[in-house]
Unconditional design. Structure first.
Length: 84
């Protein structure tokens, strides 16, 4: 019986193996479904002048037809960022 060769696993960058979690995990599907990049959505959210979380979620749902989970993820991520 021949001995099996030991093969070292290929090195991959940490960023490539870490799974995105939290609100940002929704971003690829938000961009695909609603056709705008996340940066554009965040700019629009900030431009509303609305500062309350649920008011922003309701705005995205009403004005842009966004589902609750997607709207909530965008608002959470946007409001968590430092103001510029």
């Amino acid at each position: 019986m021949a001995a099996k060769k030991s093969v070292a696993p290929k090195a991959t960058p940490a960023a490539a193996t870490e799974k995105v979690q939290g609100p940002a995990s929704y971003f690829p599907s938000i961009e695909k479904k609603y056709g705008r990049p996340i940066t554009e959505w965040k700019t629009m959210i900030r431009a509303t002048g609305i500062t309350k979380h649920m008011e922003l979620v309701d705005w995205l749902k009403t004005e842009h037809g966004m589902g609750h989970g997607h709207a909530n993820a965008l608002v959470s991520h946007t409001l968590a960022e430092p103001s510029t």
